[in-house]
Write a protein that binds this ligand. Structure first.
Ligand code: GLN
Length: 490
């Protein structure tokens, strides 16, 4: 196995034993990037020189006894995280040349333990979308099948990890944007509990549902990255002040006696038969490992998509107001007066961003506010209560991550509502603020990865990771390689 295909914990062993250097790992990563990036298009910006300087520093830190498992590990970061001195575009023309003066807290924490920032990955503009087709710069292709989308909005991060162009990545997840692309690209993705990972320095989409999390090759790696980025941050007022457990220690392999809920509403008609079969197969495997799987009901999740898109649009319409040509990034060259400068500058926003602004403004208008926005907030509480009730019995809840495997380019762009349906199983966890993990659980007949979602109680990442890890250890999935591997290896 090549260095650029290894997990963080495999690399950690090699680095600790002095068998490889961070520099050598980074060379392997950039060799892969040279070979496949033209096809995959995972990155918007590569940090070649900075990365090699960081790798050298990491090698010095390791020699001086640094023990962080992330020291010397090449990591990709979604391009909506602020990175000091490195442009941060949100895949928007409005921020095309914006260079932040500071690092997002999560990025600063990674750098502090010696992780190496490979580059900034592609996304749907401002995180709005489920296929990365809303990037204003280029499309990212799914390494498993280049004619298909990688998912979104963290599609670049997912594709980079799947194609061996980084050991791990950070993504953001407002309604599924870590988990859906992770599932489409056959990797692990974790959306932690709301408030666990500080969001300072990450460009907001919808504050009440935005989360930061790891996208990795396996569950152990997700635990290791989470360990480095979780924890209270005085710069984020939504950050939770609590002790952080040892996530790797939670991976005991023992899930005997755990009660696993399988919500009937999340196994409904929208579900592709191959995905359904894979999820039932996973449920059987968890039972054979000593868990008991019970059918449960979450009666209000049928309203989740409608609720989610009302709230998300309302919050986005407000958050995108700051991109007016005055404070950040692009400003139109000529305008008669200030108001027309605002208007002309904001014309540079993409179609989906404009659609969300229109919807959000509509939902918040006097007269509509009670009918839509306030009602959505009430339904959100009902959905949260459904989960609370279910968690009185269950330790974790499982479901498919997505209704289908990765779809073809252009397949859903004409009808936004079908695109919105991609989040049908994931957005509930954002509405409820609970942790949710996706792990690969099989392949379709066409050879596309399928994801299993595992949700837990607030701050019970240890249980979610334990179940995901136990499943992964026993799933015995055939080792398959993304299409890009086949091509470059001849
Ligand atoms: N697909 C959803 C949206 O377009 C969620 C995106 C996300 O999680 N950032 O808003």
């Amino acid at each position: 196995m090549q260095l650029n295909e290894m997990s963080i914990h495999q690399l950690r062993e090699l680095l600790r034993a002095g068998e490889v250097s961070s520099r050598e790992i980074l060379e392997a990563v950039f060799a892969k990037i040279d070979a496949v990036e033209g096809e995959v298009g995972a990155y918007l910006t590569l940090c070649y020189d900075e990365a090699f300087a960081q790798a050298q520093r990491a090698d010095e830190m390791l020699a001086a006894g640094e023990t962080s498992p992330l020291c010397g590990i090449p990591i990709a970061v979604k391009d909506n995280f602020s990175t000091a001195g490195v442009r941060t575009t949100c895949a928007s023309r409005l921020l095309e040349n914006y260079i932040p003066p500071y690092d997002a807290s999560a990025v600063a924490r990674l750098k502090q333990v010696g992780a190496v920032l490979v580059g900034k990955t592609n996304l749907d503009e401002f995180g709005l979308g489920s296929s990365t087709e809303n990037s204003q710069f280029h499309c990212t292709r799914n390494p498993w099948d280049l004619s298909r989308v990688p998912g979104g909005s963290s599609g670049g991060s997912a594709a980079a990890v799947a194609a061996g162009e980084a050991a791990a990545a950070l993504g953001t997840d407002t309604g599924g944007s870590i988990r859906q692309p992770a599932a489409f690209c056959g990797i692990v993705g974790l959306k932690p509990t709301y408030g666990l990972v500080p969001r300072y320095g990450v460009v907001a989409a919808a504050d009440s549902m935005d989360h930061i999390g790891p996208m990795t090759r396996d569950v152990r790696d997700a635990a290791l990255v989470l360990q480095a980025i979780a924890g209270w941050d005085p710069k984020d007022p939504t950050s939770a002040r609590r002790d952080i457990p040892d996530y790797e220690a939670a991976l005991t392999g023992n899930i005997k006696g755990l009660v696993v809920g399988l919500p009937q509403e999340l196994m409904g008609d929208a579900l592709d038969p191959e995905v359904r079969e894979a999820v039932f197969g996973a449920a059987n495997l968890l039972e054979s490992l000593g868990a008991s799987v019970e059918e449960i009901s979450l009666p209000h999740v049928e309203y989740a998509i409608a609720t989610f898109y009302i709230i998300v649009s309302a919050e986005i319409s407000s958050n995108l107001a700051r991109f007016d040509g005055v404070r950040y990034g692009y400003r139109v060259a000529e305008a008669e007066d200030t108001v027309s400068m605002f208007i002309k500058t904001r014309e540079a926003l993409g179609q989906e961003a404009k659609r969300r602004i229109l919807m959000g403004t509509y939902f918040l208008q006097a007269g509509n506010y009670e009918t839509y926005y306030l009602k959505a907030l009430k339904v959100r509480t009902l959905i949260k209560e459904d989960f609370e009730k279910a968690f009185q019995r269950c330790h974790v809840i499982i479901s498919p991550t997505t209704p289908t495997a990765a779809f073809a380019f252009g397949h859903k762009t004409r009808t936004p509502v079908t695109m919105y349906q991609s989040d049908i199983y994931t957005c509930t966890a954002n509405l409820a603020g609970i942790p949710a993990l996706t792990v690969p659980c099989g392949y379709t007949q066409e050879g596309l990865p399928i994801g299993l979602q595992i949700m837990g109680k607030p701050f019970d990442e240890p249980a979610v990771l334990r179940v995901g890890h136990a499943y992964e250890q026993h799933a015995g999935l055939p080792l398959r390689q993304p299409q890009t591997e086949v091509k470059t290896n001849g």
